[in-house]
Design a protein around this ligand. Sequence first.
Ligand SMILES: Nc1ncnc2c1ncn2[C@@H]1O[C@H](COP(=O)(O)OP(=O)(O)O)[C@@H](O)[C@H]1O
Ligand SMILES: [Mg+2]
Length: 365
Amino acid sequence: MAFNSILVGIHRAIHDKVDPELEVYRKILKYNDVPYIELDSSDLDFWEKIQTITHFIYKWSHAHGDHQIANAIIPVIQYHYGKKCFPTWETSWHYDDKIKQTYLLHAYGFPICEGYVFYHKSKALEFVKTTKLPLVFKLKNGAGSMNVQIVKTRKEAEKLVNKMFGDGLSQDKTSFLNVLKTLNFDFYKVFRFYGIKFRDNFIQKYRQKFWLRHKNYIYFQKFLPGNDFDTRVTTVGLRVHAFRRFNRKNDFRASGSNKWDIDPSHIDMRMVKIALDISKKFKFQSMAYDFLLDQNNAPKIVEMSYLYGGAGYPDFMNGYWDENLTWHSGRFWPQHFEMIDFLEIPDLKCPPDLDYDTNYKSVSI
Ligand SMILES: Nc1ncnc2c1ncn2[C@@H]1O[C@H](COP(=O)(O)OP(=O)(O)O)[C@@H](O)[C@H]1O
Ligand SMILES: [Mg+2]
């Protein structure tokens, strides 16, 4: 069946490569004969083309270039051209910004880990002089734990304040030891990390830099001790999946460790319920929540992200809970559910060959 009343526009990703994440959506649309066109907001006829579509997809990532585009175009396309967007602005305005997430969840009393945000150096210095340590310092953007560190002494905290209110910190400027640890001592990944830096600084200097320099703010979170893992709860509409991610060896950080347990019977169902409540409240199309436990054994969210389920991640791979917390076993794809909801086609088919460059099969579960 062809869906003639639908025309989807897919905005390209900022980088020059074929984006495996977007390929999944293309595959689903093709398989179901849903027509789509490719879009790029740097094309002069972009806004003309926007008028012709019914649905707009921009799966934007944490690269600075994507942030810049998405922030400028999604609200206009959604609110002023009246197009259906994936993600919507409601789903994504706080994406990859832990400060916005803290403000938003706090406003409604959802259990976000206590955060301390300062835009004045003097107030930040005053805070670190007296506050209880350790603290967790985070850049507001970042993934895979790369920009998350524990601060154990006042001297370290002061140094960070001086840095953030001085030259600032680039997301990819981090110590060699942190790179080694965060990339799990995987020498291929470490080599790639420095290779990309070398390329951008010396070989292709004209390339758009992936990361932004952060300055003139500082963000700390209360340290939640004693967590050997975090629990990643992901939602698409009101379907929920969850898995646990264990910390790296001798490290308090789990994100990016790639040590997973996806057994649903090990999941703290309070977290599943909280994730459902939040996604329902804000009508999030898709959302991932990272949960830890505080000292009173209460679930606390340390960050959320509409973007998840990329190559190699186990989201929805063994089943999901529905709104009534009934578990449905099977191999599901969050992207397929996203498109069912977005296009409002309940029987949208899932292509059999969605598996792409993923290593989840090799993960011991
Ligand atoms: N406030 C905190 N207290 C203790 N551990 C934390 C805290 N915040 C984050 N972590 C740990 O650090 C990891 C990375 O933090 P997160 O905020 O999720 O950043 P990222 O965006 O890099 O995933 C988490 O998976 C968790 O294990
Ligand atoms: Mg995280």
